[in-house]
Ligand binder design. Sequence first.
Ligand SMILES: [Zn+2]
Length: 219
Amino acid sequence: MDTRRRVYLTFDDGPSANTSKILDVLQEYNVKATFFVVGKTDAVSINNYKRIVAEGHTLGMHSFSHKYNEIYASKEAYIEDLTKLQDYLYEITGVKSHYVRFPGGSSNQVSRVNMQELIQYLNKNEIIYYDWNIASGDADAPNLSTDKIVSNCLSKIEVYNREAMILMHDANDKRTTVEALPMLIEQIQNMDDNVIVPITDETVPVQHVTAKVETATEP
Ligand SMILES: [Zn+2]
């Protein structure tokens, strides 16, 4: 049995021009990652959705519009947005993604819908949601230094024996994320007992909020 720590590089909010650069780096290191994408219709983005799939990465869903005030206004609005993205990605790539990351995570404090309702919907439809247990910090400040991004990730990895799920972003303004990636990959690979893998059905979900089980005795 493979007892190595499984390290997941996950990218939110793309595709963007930075996605192509990230894909190039991943290709150079022969490392597979996971992309939780938004809905974009330009030619570069369409090419990047296709590259993510063709190059063996996992295509996950984030949100079509990524507008918190719209998707979290009602359960119906959330489902409509997610279904639109799932159908759109299927049309382009032939992959029906069943992985999702909630904008802001399952623990977000923005949603006006009870997240339990959305979680129940996903569970019923066999769509698995993934949060993260390591934040690279690249969303905290514009162009956070590459050293800081790398150290934010490395300082936490050893906390997790099995699954280390790193949150990064591949939006247009995340230049330093791209620049930090080669160093980050090298350092992860230099640590003992690590393997960098994409999310698959075997991945144990990292979830901030899990489904509440309703029982008859509950008041
Ligand atoms: Zn996002």
